[in-house]
Ligand binder design. Structure first.
Ligand code: SF4
Length: 126
């Protein structure tokens, strides 16, 4: 429906993604939990290949203490990035742009092709 508000927590309210939609958007996609792999953590400079080869669990323990991650799924070998006030990604800037864009995780690169509602996003103007 035109003019209706999207709610990041409710994918049924999301709108169809079209090119250029990110321009001036509030970054609702950056308020969703972000699942990252060890490769993503290495790219972000949060760990090294050496440390990852030893123990992902030990990395999870350290990064939890540092408030960088909020969860670790040992079976899937995936970490969940911490969120500010349970919402914004810790890498979302005051201007609501990604502060680590060049090094951002793979899921961020794939969104909205991959996500809770593929091809759709919680677009809203800033
Ligand atoms: S890493 Fe960047 S693109 Fe990914 S959710 Fe966080 S702020 Fe958004």
């Amino acid at each position: 429906m035109k003019g209706s508000m999207t709610d990041a927590q409710r994918p049924s309210t999301w709108r169809k993604y079209v090119k250029g939609l990110c321009e001036g958007c509030w970054g609702g996609c950056c308020t969703l939990p972000v699942e990252v792999s060890a490769i993503d953590l290495i790219r972000l400079g949060l760990t090294s290949e050496e440390e990852a080869a030893v123990s992902l669990k030990a990395i999870a323990k350290r990064l939890t203490k540092e408030h960088v991650i909020q969860a670790f799924n040992a079976k899937a070998q995936l970490f969940v990035l911490e969120q500010r006030h349970g919402r914004d990604c810790i890498y979302l800037g005051k201007d609501r742009l990604c502060t680590v864009y060049e090094k951002r995780p793979e899921v961020c690169r794939q969104f909205p092709k991959i996500g809770p509602r593929p091809g759709h996003c919680p677009h809203r103007k800033k």
